[in-house]
Design a protein around this ligand. Structure first.
Ligand SMILES: Cc1cc2nc3c(=O)[nH]c(=O)nc-3n(C[C@H](O)[C@H](O)[C@H](O)COP(=O)(O)OP(=O)(O)OC[C@H]3O[C@@H](n4cnc5c(N)ncnc54)[C@H](O)[C@@H]3O)c2cc1C
Length: 391
């Protein structure tokens, strides 16, 4: 016989969006169950670069865009949470860098001057020199200009671990999920022999949302996948670097973040333009050669002779947009008891949770005193990609 449970809010998907939302809802007194079919953080979240953008990167077009407006408050909210005095207590989450840097390798100063004069970045960007430069750029041969952005970089693995702690007993490992209907309406989900009824069901399953919506017979909201081909390099002589290297265009030529591996070495994780269209078209060997050439041109003093290389293909899952334009905000749509969305960036998970909470308040959904949950099988935590690919 199937077990019957009820909860206020049933969340599907244990990436950053579902886990952050779950922690916020529990703090507000809602009972929750968060269902994960693979591993916590193992979708896009642990494959992300962990940058808590404040929007400066998107203001590179020269204009103050919607993206810069919506995202501008995120570094403050995350900083307070990590310091233990924000909307969630994320003390213990490892801050990899207090700042992310913009680095122009040489002659792009003119381009940068107008950018830094723009209202979008005034007061949020300072030029740094000498021993204030990121360690990897402190070399006599380094000629470029470097600006410090008020954007943090987080160790996403410790973030997911902390949010899983804040989830208490609400996590449920699942294999098969099917809708539970009453009179045609979805009132909950059937999960591996359990019937779970809920006041609201939130789909925050990243790239898995499309299939979940299809299983519910829904065509909207539509999802788009934006493929990336990231590069990882690990070596004994790498020093930490967190920077967007500017090219001629609006997108960073390369975005470098640095991650401590379990063996004490640093892994550089390379995204930006190199991981987009041309990079996606390259096979693994060609993509590694392209990255070797980029780093050789930009940082010729970095000894990569004994470095090990790997690439990672991963899709960013977002709401469908014409022309694959990057969405500006967390996205949430709702239909009956169902809410579905994508944060669109790790940094925007607080915005995603705000939108869900606003929808609950709008609909008068209050915490109901229910039965305590029985012990549920817990999903595992995912491992960082560099431990998988470059052990
Ligand atoms: C290479 C890369 C770099 C990035 N860098 C940054 C960055 O520096 N800063 C930033 O802000 N953003 C960044 N992003 C974007 C960011 O990673 C994502 O926006 C964010 O992680 C999405 O979180 P999520 O919880 O919606 O999805 P995910 O992390 O993908 O989590 C979805 C979860 O749902 C689970 N799931 C799927 N289907 C089901 C199902 N049927 N039932 C139950 N569970 C299911 C999955 O197993 C997964 O655990 C990056 C993305 C990529 C790909």
């Amino acid at each position: 016989m199937s077990q019957s449970l009820s909860t206020d809010i049933l969340i599907v998907g244990g990436g950053i969006a579902g886990l952050w939302l779950n922690a916020r809802l529990r703090q507000l007194g809602y009972s929750t169950v968060l269902v994960e079919s693979a591993s916590l953080g193992g979708g896009q979240s642990l494959k992300s670069q962990g940058i808590i953008h404040g929007g400066a990167k998107y203001a590179l077009h020269g204009a103050l865009t919607g993206a810069s407006e919506a995202i501008a408050d995120m570094p403050r909210r995350w900083r307070e949470a990590v310091a233990g005095n924000g909307e969630l207590d994320l003390s213990g989450v490892r801050l990899l860098s207090e700042a992310h840097y913009l680095w122009s390798p040489g002659t792009l100063a003119g381009n940068l001057t107008s950018f830094f004069a723009s209202k979008a970045v005034r007061g949020r960007v300072d030029q740094v020199k000498g021993d204030q430069l990121p360690p990897a750029l402190q070399h006599p041969k380094f000629k470029g200009k470097v600006y410090r952005l008020a954007e943090l970089v987080l160790d996403v693995s410790s973030l997911i671990t902390r949010l899983a702690e804040l989830a208490g007993d609400s996590l449920l490992a699942a294999r098969e999920i099917a809708p539970l209907r009453e009179g045609g309406d979805v009132i909950g989900l059937q999960i591996d022999g359990r019937e779970i009824r809920a006041q609201r069901i939130v789909l925050s399953a990243g790239a898995g949302n499309a299939e979940l919506l299809a299983s519910l017979g829904l065509e909207q909201p539509r999802q788009q996948l934006r493929p990336l081909h990231m590069v990882l390099v690990k070596g004994p002589s790498l020093k930490p670097l967190y920077a967007h290297c500017l090219g001629g265009g609006p997108k960073p030529r390369i975005t470098v973040t640095s991650h401590p591996a379990a063996d004490g070495q640093w892994v550089w994780y390379l995204g930006g333009d190199i991981a987009e269209a041309d990079g996606v078209a390259r096979d693994e060997a060609a993509q590694i050669r392209a990255a070797q050439k980029e780093l050789g041109d930009l940082l010729p003093w970095v000894d990569l002779s004994s470095a090990r290389w790997a690439t990672l293909r991963v899709d960013r899952a977002e709401p469908a947009q014409s022309g694959l334009v990057r969405p500006d905000n967390a996205f949430l749509a709702d239909q009956g008891r169902l809410l579905v969305g994508w944060p669109t960036k790790l940094a925007l998970s607080p915005d995603f949770a705000d939108r869900v909470i606003a929808a609950l308040q709008r609909d008068g959904i209050q915490p109901l005193a229910g039965e305590p949950l029985p012990a549920l099988p817990r999903p595992p935590l995912a491992r960082p990609v560099w431990e998988e690919l470059l052990p």
